[in-house]
Design a protein around this ligand. Sequence first.
Ligand SMILES: *Cc1c(COP(=O)(O)O)cnc(C)c1O
Length: 392
Amino acid sequence: MAAEYNVLERARRTGENHEFLLTPGPLTTSKPVKAAMQRDWGSWDQPFIKLTGDICTRLTDMAGGGDDFVCVPLQGSGTFAVEAMLGTMVPRGGHCAVLVNGAYGERIVKILEVMGRCCTILRSPETEAYDVSALDAALSEDTTITHVAAVHCETTTGVLNPLNSIAVVTARHGRALLVDAMSSFAALPIDVRALPCDGLVSSANKCIQAVPGMGFAILRKSALASTAGNAHSLSLDLHDQWLYLEQSGRWRFTPPTHSAAALAVAIDEHADEGGVAGRGGRYASNHSVLVRGMREMGFETLLADAIQSPIITAFLEPADPRFSFQVFYDLLAARGFVIYPGKLTAAPTFRVGTIGAIDAQDIRGLLEAVRSVLSEMGVQDASSARETTAAE
Ligand SMILES: *Cc1c(COP(=O)(O)O)cnc(C)c1O
């Protein structure tokens, strides 16, 4: 029998990571990304101005933006960037249709409500992808809708929404699409010009594999140019941030210098790995090793394979009364694997992220740890005995 895989033991021997964050972010980062934060940068200093410019150019390229789009970075977590994009791009008299099939779609609705923008909610069940025909109908019926907001990978369940069809329908009706690509950008192909969309947001601490502290929006210049005065907030005004960057190369207000430096290294590593295709390929392999191994133990995925992203996977909790998520979580964490609780109300689930600086070998380590934890808990069969959940 193979020795129990224990990340903490290995870390003591090799100086490698002490734990793996199998979460939707912040996630496991590489040593060079962490090492990039050892230097202090002056925000007015030329090297940092150059670093900011390079990051923005390379992120715009990653999105296929060319000269038509610009990357505007923003301090804070991903939600700050979502809120800034909506507040800047949707005018005060605008009307945004929001596609919702999980917590991040709900968050977009909440943001629009807080800032007092008119919104129409188009809900689909959490275990299904968006209903594109409902969007088509809503856009035909209500000509006051100016924008459509959608989440690409809904991290709540890991469902991958049909971004291309949404973009086609939105464009056919002559409306503007804004995308929360937080957990998909850099791992799944997105071309903002081909889609098309007017804006997309993501953050440093997801598939780009840098550290928390900043997000960014990739925005269509021609649309952004007419957004002066739209924003409900001074610090979340991307038009203002854009102008200031264009004029001075500097961020308005204190930039997250160390995060930006880490991001620059993370973008190098992304390119070295083969860009979006290379990164996405590794995540897909992590995901398939995970799902195969978990199914061998009896675990069931919440979603049907056809709509499942390779980013994060929700598993149904085993029906065995000896299973307790908290104990399972703690025993895995003690072995160096940090998983993530579920977010659903419909069925008790837990989630395992397959993004970050981890590979299939690490996932095999996790599977070994899961096996050992189940046996410690006395759980022999990990099946949920609720076979029809995905269809509910
Ligand atoms: C992570 C994430 C966000 C942003 O969350 P923060 O906690 O603010 O970083 C937004 N949308 C999606 C789909 C996400 O996965």
